[in-house]
Design a protein around this ligand. Structure first.
Ligand code: BV8
Ligand code: ZN
Length: 252
């Protein structure tokens, strides 16, 4: 997507490339915006509703207990949608950045559950909200990567016959402790923190920006618009991540 880059955006890209070029350790937090150019709908764009429901009302344990078929319809639709989507140049730019810096100096933290960072070749990806590809049993420890294959309306466990659920973190659920700890460590030890394609509304993920800033990291934001994280950013690049990220990596 070749967006018309304004002179100011070019200047900000140069600035961001200088900061990244001198950084010792970088952490990046991505949200639904980095997958938008792959055709994956964002949460809060276009009203952020699904069949008239707010995501916050469907992606919860209470909704699943009340109406598992409705919640599975929501997830089966999104899983089916994944079959057709591919990583975009923004995902590939972050994979290239990891290749360039090495996994010891670059940590990718994603709120996304679409698996596109791994599909783009990123190896160290902290999926703090889980992944749509995986399912797990509500009655035993059984879990499986079912990729984007179609699942029944109410899939059941082959071992104990209890209901399966998507292996994602719902609202009011704890994030996977080990993955979350690694994300916090990365935010607290980096000297450059990239926040890309997120409205910075959902916690504790959005709190990583503050953690990084409090530890003296330089914050670089890439988004189409200002967000709740913008006031914490040292550099804000207003443009599509699919164009901006490759432009930064090309200048390193
Ligand atoms: C928890 C998986 C402890 C499921 C998701 C009141 C205040 C503060 C917090 C809370 C509160 N009430 C409740 C809470 C806590 C709650 C929360 O934060 N709620 C929000 C709604 C206020 N958080 C939780 O519940 C978390 N757990 O706190 O546990 C606990 C435990 C027990 C009891 C109590 C507490 C769990 C949160 C995880 C929820 N799961 N996903 C699924 O996907 O189905 S969150 C979901 O939102 C996705 O992961 C998504 O990534 C995430 C955040 O959304 P964004 O990624 O930012 O997407 P969004 O559409 O909002 O924005 C897209 C951005 O991209 C925009 O800025 C847009 O401009 C930009 N963009 C678009 N195109 C482009 C672009 N940018 C660049 N280029 C482009 N081309
Ligand atoms: Zn089971």
């Amino acid at each position: 997507m070749d967006s018309p880059m304004t002179p100011d955006l070019h200047q900000q890209i140069e600035r961001a490339a200088r900061i990244i070029g001198r950084a010792k350790k970088i952490a990046a937090l991505t949200g639904a915006g980095i997958s938008a150019e792959s055709g994956v709908p964002t949460f809060r764009g276009a009203g952020g509703l699904w069949e008239g429901y707010r995501v916050e009302d469907v992606a919860t344990p209470a909704a699943f207990a009340r109406d598992p078929a409705l919640v599975w319809r929501f997830y089966n639709l999104r899983r089916a949608g994944l079959a057709a989507v591919r990583p975009n140049p923004g995902h590939h730019a972050l994979a290239a950045l990891e290749d360039r810096l090495g996994q010891g100096r670059f940590t990718l933290i994603t709120q996304n559950v679409d698996g596109l960072h791994r599909a783009a070749g990123s190896r160290r990806v902290l999926e703090i909200h889980g992944t749509l590809r995986r399912v797990r049993c509500t009655g035993c420890a059984w879990t499986a990567d079912r990729a984007t294959e179609a699942l029944p309306d109410l899939p059941r466990c082959g071992a104990c016959h209890e209901l399966l659920r998507p292996d994602v973190v719902w609202f009011n659920e704890l994030l996977p402790p080990d993955t979350w700890q690694q994300a916090e460590d990365a935010a607290q030890t980096c000297d450059c923190f990239l926040v890309i394609g997120t409205s910075a509304v959902v916690y504790p993920a959005a709190g990583l920006v503050e953690s990084a800033r409090l530890n003296g990291a330089e914050i670089i934001e890439v988004n189409l618009t200002a967000t709740r994280a913008s006031s914490q950013a040292d550099v804000t690049l207003l443009g599509p991540s699919g164009s901006v990220l490759p432009a930064i990596v090309q200048r390193l």
